[in-house]
Design a protein. Structure first.
Length: 424
């Protein structure tokens, strides 16, 4: 269990951090201020400010986030009626605003805020030292810092560095960058996976035989054999082979047509029926053949990523056009359960799992659902076609609806996963 938990934290952390780093780096290149880049969630345990961004490590090691200036999740922490402390620079401009009781500023000026504009006019005003007879206004430096309630110091977000000030194309690239990074991660992980296992898994009907608990080995099959038919049904590739064997759960013997060199033989065996997640499937103890060619291994990241994308798109298409079930989806609980299986296979299993989940995350994020990257990109495309920015009110409502939908779906999927993996 400890190994699984550690593996889960590493896998989930890598996936989300790589995704968010894509948004981060493109936003910075596009002139959008990233106020915070967080690893983990929850209370802050470490913070360091550099080049306009506060980098934080938070207590719960579950993913992370990028807080862009003016983004839907970027709320201003300064409110009228708050008591703050101000620190001025040599030009008598505010360079630091402290709203937290956790931090004290050297020679800070106490101020009860009556009004402030940290986006356009860059000023703050209020009652200084408790004197309510006089409202005093201070100019605020463009790069001033504000210390939030939890003690995290982040830079203020003037309008010129907010998301809304970037061109539609830059915002579109920023929204797509997380998905792009996940695809790159998958390519790298699949390539590493191929070298770890000594070759590239092929999609042919050529097989490797499991060394233990193999019905196929007991029946006489050997590494390098080709299974060209199952009960007379042709199996020209690995997908067809697995499909035709896995549904033979009636306990009856299966006839395999096997090619070995120039010879063709008929081998009869009885598959082993297993139950996983409430579904029965038949197995005979074989794995894919392996291509040990160096060139194939070097390009395997691209070929396996492309194949995985095709597989997942077909699965999504089936979900949309066929009978939808929550069992077709999986949340953090399902990822944890599958992490346990991957961890049991060692480093090779973990690397493959990262590649698979990275592609899965990329494709799911591209779905045209508000609050996901795909929904944001659709909004960008509509704006580019109309040559007119969608009103902030409409964007807020659409994003809220999408976010609410995702929250409800996540709750349902999580509960379904708990029932599937831990109750039944």
């Amino acid at each position: 269990m400890i190994t699984t938990i550690i593996a889960f934290i590493i896998v989930f952390g890598i996936l989300v951090s790589v995704h968010e780093f894509g948004h981060f780096i493109v936003a910075k290149k596009s002139g959008i201020m990233v106020r915070e880049f967080a690893i983990g969630m929850g209370p802050k345990i470490f913070a360091h400010h550099y080049n306009g961004t506060t980098y934080t490590i938070r207590l719960l090691p579950l993913g992370g986030y990028v807080r862009m200036a003016g983004g839907y999740d970027d709320e201003e922490s300064l409110r009228p009626g708050m008591t703050v402390s101000l620190k001025l620079n040599d030009q008598d401009k505010v360079e630091q605003i402290n709203t937290s009781n956790k931090n004290s500023l050297f020679k800070g000026i106490p101020l009860v805020v009556t009004n402030a504009d940290l986006e356009k006019g860059l000023w703050i005003e209020g009652y200084e030292n408790g004197d309510e007879s006089n409202v005093k206004r201070y100019s605020v430096d463009h790069d001033a810092m504000i210390i939030e309630k939890d003690g995290t110091a982040i830079q203020i977000a003037p309008l010129d560095v907010q998301v809304q000030s970037a061109s539609v194309w830059k915002r579109m690239l920023t929204n797509f960058a997380g998905v792009f990074n996940n695809v790159v991660l998958a390519i790298v992980a699949f390539t590493i996976f191929s070298f770890l296992q000594g070759g590239v898994l092929t999609n042919s009907n050529q097989i490797q035989v499991a060394k233990t608990n193999s019905v196929a080995r007991d029946a006489g099959l050997k590494d390098g054999d080709r299974i060209t038919a199952v009960n007379g049904t042709k199996t020209n590739d690995w997908t067809a082979l697995v499909t035709n064997i896995s549904d033979k759960t009636n306990g009856r013997p299966v006839n395999l047509t096997v090619e070995r060199g120039n010879q063709t033989d008929q081998i009869k065996l009885k598959p082993k029926v297993i139950t996983s997640n409430g579904k029965k499937s038949a197995q005979i103890g074989i794995t894919r053949g392996i291509n040990t060619n160096l060139g194939a291994m070097l390009v395997s990241g691209f070929t396996q990523t492309f194949a995985m994308v095709k597989t997942l798109l077909v699965a999504i298409g089936t979900m949309i056009t066929g009978h939808f079930s929550l069992n077709d989806l999986g949340g953090p609980v399902a990822i944890f359960a599958h992490t346990e299986q991957a961890a049991s296979l060692g480093l090779t299993g973990i690397v493959y799992f990262i590649a698979y989940l990275s592609i899965d995350l990329a494709i799911m994020n591209l779905l045209p659902i508000p609050a996901l990257d795909g929904g944001k990109i659709i909004m960008n495309i509509i704006e580019a076609i109309r040559r007119k920015r969608t009103s902030e009110k409409v964007e807020t409502v659409v994003t809220f609806i999408g976010f609410a939908f995702m929250v409800v779906l996540m709750v349902l999927v999580t509960w379904n996963d708990i029932e599937r993996f831990f109750i039944h």
